[in-house]
Design a protein around this ligand. Structure first.
Ligand SMILES: *[C@@H]1O[C@H](CO)[C@@H](O)[C@H](O)[C@H]1NC(C)=O
Length: 323
C-alpha cells in the first residue's frame, strides 16, 4: 500500500484508438453496436444452453461458460472505451488501471484454458467415443471450468505481483484504449527490464503452452477422423473449423503482443481489439450460424417465448374488452 502511495501518478491518460473527431464518432457508433451484439448474442447462447434439455451435454456446458467469459472479457474495458470516444479527457485512475490489468489477464487466462477444455472434450468424443460418457461426466465439466478460472487467477495475480510495486512518478500517457500491461510497465521510472521479461515469460508460458495443447489435440483429432468414414470427417471438420478459427484469431494477437512486447508497434492497439472485442463476438456467430443443434434450440426458444408473450398479453385484451 505504501509503495502505491509513494508513486506520484494518480491517474493515467489513455490516448484511445484515434484522435480524429469524425473517426471517434464513427467508432462510437460502431463499437456500441458491436458491444450490444456481443452481450445479447452470448446471453442468448447461455439462455439456450441452460434451458434446452437436448443441449445438456458437456460440449454445451463448456460453450455456455465460454460465452460467459466472453461477456466478461468484452465488458472490462469496452464500455469505458466507448464512453471515451465522446470525451475530451480520457483518463483512468491508478486503481482503475490496475483493475483493468487484473481483469484482462484473468479473463484471457481463463478463456485460453477453457478453449483447451473444449478441445479436450472434442478429443474424447471423437477419439474415445466409447468412454465419452464415463470420462466427461458432469463432475469432469465442473472441474474443467474451475481449473480454467484457477489458471486465469494464478496468471493474473502473478502478473500483478510484478507490476504493483513499480514506481510511477512522471509519464502517464498510455497509447491504447485500456491499460495494457506492456505499455504500463514502460511508464515506470525504474528500469523495468526485468519486470518486462517476467511478464513475457509468464504470458509466453501460458499462451504458448495452451496454444500447443490446442494445436496438438486438433492434429490428433484430425488424424483419427482421417481413418474413419468421410461423413465423420465432414462433421468433425465443421466443428473443428469453428474451434480453430477462434483459436487463431484469439491467440495470434495475444502471442504477437505479449511475446514481443519490448518494442510496441502502433498495430498493437488494433490487435488488442481482437481479443477484447472480436473473439467475444465470434462465439455467437460461429456457434449459431454453423451449428444445427443450436439453431434448432434457438428456434424452440423463440417459439416458446413468443407463445409466452401472447399468453401474458391475453389478460390485457380481456380487460380492454371488459372496460
Ligand atoms: C458452466 O459449467 C458448469 C459446470 O459444468 C455448469 O454447471 C454450468 O451450467 C455452465 N454454465 C453455463 C452458462 O452453461
Amino acid at each position: 500500500m505504501d509503495k502505491v502511495n509513494s508513486s506520484v501518478v494518480s491517474e493515467f491518460v489513455l490516448l484511445g484508438l484515434s484522435s480524429s473527431q469524425e473517426l471517434q464518432l464513427f467508432f462510437f457508433v460502431f463499437f456500441s453496436v458491436l458491444y450490444m451484439v456481443i452481450v445479447l448474442g452470448n446471453l442468448l447462447i447461455i439462455l439456450t444452453v441452460t434451458s434446452d434439455s437436448s443441449l445438456h451435454s458437456p460440449m454445451y456446458f463448456l460453450l455456455g461458460n465460454l460465452s460467459f467469459v466472453d461477456i466478461c472479457q468484452a465488458s472490462f474495458a469496452t464500455p469505458k472505451m466507448i464512453a471515451d470516444f465522446l470525451s475530451e479527457h480520457k483518463t483512468i485512475s491508478f486503481s482503475g488501471c490496475i483493475a483493468q490489468i487484473f481483469f484482462i489477464h484473468l479473463f484471457t487466462g481463463g478463456e485460453m484454458m477453457l478453449l483447451v477444455s473444449m478441445a479436450y472434450d472434442r478429443y474424447v468424443a471423437i477419439c474415445k467415443p466409447l468412454h465419452y460418457v464415463i470420462i466427461m461426466r458432469r463432475r469432469t465439466c465442473t472441474v474443467l471450468v474451475m481449473i480454467s478460472w484457477a489458471v486465469g487467477l494464478v496468471h493474473t495475480l502473478s502478473q500483478l505481483s510484478f507490476t504493483v510495486n513499480l514506481p510511477f512518478c512522471g509519464p502517464n500517457v498510455v497509447d491504447s484504449f485500456f491499460c495494457d500491461l506492456p505499455r504500463v510497465t514502460k511508464l515506470a521510472c525504474l528500469d523495468s527490464y526485468i519486470t518486462e521479461i517476467l511478464i513475457v515469460v509468464n504470458s509466453g508460458i501460458l499462451s504458448l503452452s495452451t496454444f500447443s495443447l490446442l494445436v496438438s489435440s486438433y492434429i490428433i483429432i484430425l488424424i483419427t477422423v482421417w481413418f474413419k468414414s468421410s461423413a465423420a470427417m465432414a462433421k468433425a471438420f465443421s466443428t473443428l473449423a469453428a474451434h480453430i478459427t477462434v483459436v487463431i484469431l484469439f491467440f495470434g494477437p495475444c502471442i504477437f503482443i505479449y511475446v514481443w512486447p519490448f518494442t510496441s508497434y502502433p498495430v498493437d492497439k488494433v490487435l488488442a481489439i481482437f481479443y477484447t472485442i472480436f473473439t467475444p463476438i465470434l462465439n455467437p456467430i460461429i456457434y449459431t450460424l454453423r451449428n444445427r443443434d443450436m439453431k434448432i434450440a434457438f428456434r424452440k426458444i423463440m417459439i416458446h417465448y413468443s407463445r409466452a408473450k401472447k399468453i401474458s398479453e391475453r389478460p390485457v385484451i380481456v380487460r380492454n374488452s371488459v372496460y
